[in-house]
Design a protein around this ligand. Structure first.
Ligand SMILES: C[S@@+](CC[C@H](N)C(=O)[O-])C[C@H]1O[C@@H](n2cnc3c(N)ncnc32)[C@H](O)[C@@H]1O
Length: 272
């Protein structure tokens, strides 16, 4: 009992101290999605860690291992990338993101230059979804909260680029926002969302050479699906059936039940 009482003090002593007070990291809490903060820009900052973890959990459940080559389409501020870059073999993480500042901020505040040098992630800053520019084929393409912002013309461009960049047997894991909203515009909508029904999305996937399957994996706002080239459709269907979320959509509730966070991560530690 005595030992248990002492432990929090030991942890507290190891925290970085600025002057006489603990340094308070700027995690963007309270800012709205799309705000000019590297965590807030990509979604509600309060969910930054959860949505990163959800993506990595799904990839592992879908068979990702360190030897695989992964493209993070619209990787943003490395919400998933900050976990995937250390996990994958050096040079196996490829991020495509038009907003270079998001990656620069994440590199500085989340990962640090040493890790970048060691794990050699590769980045491309373009808004044409041109995965072919990386010059490699991908075992997995991840697109979290990307197709929820594309009108049909840009969605089709993106899916065609994914189809041509997948390795044989490769999979796309992506989210969409289920709904019937208007789609008369073109291009990219942000931070607003473009919605699709599952039937509409399936038809678009099909026209782009992909077969899509819904998957049972948690997300606070969107739905997950898996897609593959038609030739890999049977494997994709089997994988989609095999993926079963252990806790369905209860992750956030479980997190709250565990209790409040008392010790914040400090993105400033050990970073240039
Ligand atoms: C909602 S955020 C999701 C970011 C990341 N996937 C995540 O889970 O945190 C959408 C991201 O798509 C990026 N984006 C905008 N236009 C894009 C385009 N044409 N191609 C690829 N990404 C784009 C934005 O800059 C932003 O980082």
């Amino acid at each position: 009992m005595k030992d248990r009482l002492r432990r929090p003090l030991r942890i507290a002593r190891s925290l970085p101290v600025v002057g006489n007070s603990f340094r308070k990291p700027d995690l963007g809490r309270g800012l709205g999605p799309g705000a000019a903060h590297y965590r807030a820009y990509v979604g509600p900052p309060e969910d930054y860690d959860l949505i990163g973890g959800i993506q990595v959990g799904l990839l592992l459940a879908a068979g990702l291992r360190e030897r695989h080559i992964l493209a993070d389409l619209g990787c943003g501020s490395l919400r998933a990338g900050r976990l995937l870059i250390p996990y994958l073999a050096p040079g196996h993480y490829f991020g495509l993101e038009p907003n270079r500042w998001l990656i620069e901020e994440a590199a500085t505040r989340e990962l640090g230059a040493d890790l970048f040098r060691q794990r050699k992630p590769v980045f491309l800053h373009t808004n044409d979804f041109g995965l072919y520019r990386f010059g490699v084929e991908f075992d997995y393409v991840l697109a979290q909260s990307i197709f929820s912002h594309t009108f049909p013309d840009l969605l089709m461009t993106a899916l065609r680029r994914v189809e041509e960049a997948l390795a044989p047997g490769g999979f796309l894991l992506a989210t969409y926002f289920d709904g019937e909203g208007p789609r008369e515009r073109s291009g990219w909508l942000y931070p607003g969302c473009v919605t699709y029904t599952w039937a509409e999305l399936c038809e678009i996937l099909d026209r782009c050479g992909l077969a899509g399957y819904p998957i049972d994996w948690p997300h606070p706002y969107q739905q997950w699906f898996l897609a593959a080239r038609h030739i890999d459709g049977a494997a994709a269907a089997a994988l989609a059936t095999a993926i079963r979320s252990p806790r369905a959509d209860a992750l956030r509730r479980v997190g709250q039940a565990v209790g409040p966070t008392r010790i914040e991560p400090d993105p400033g530690v050990g970073v240039q």
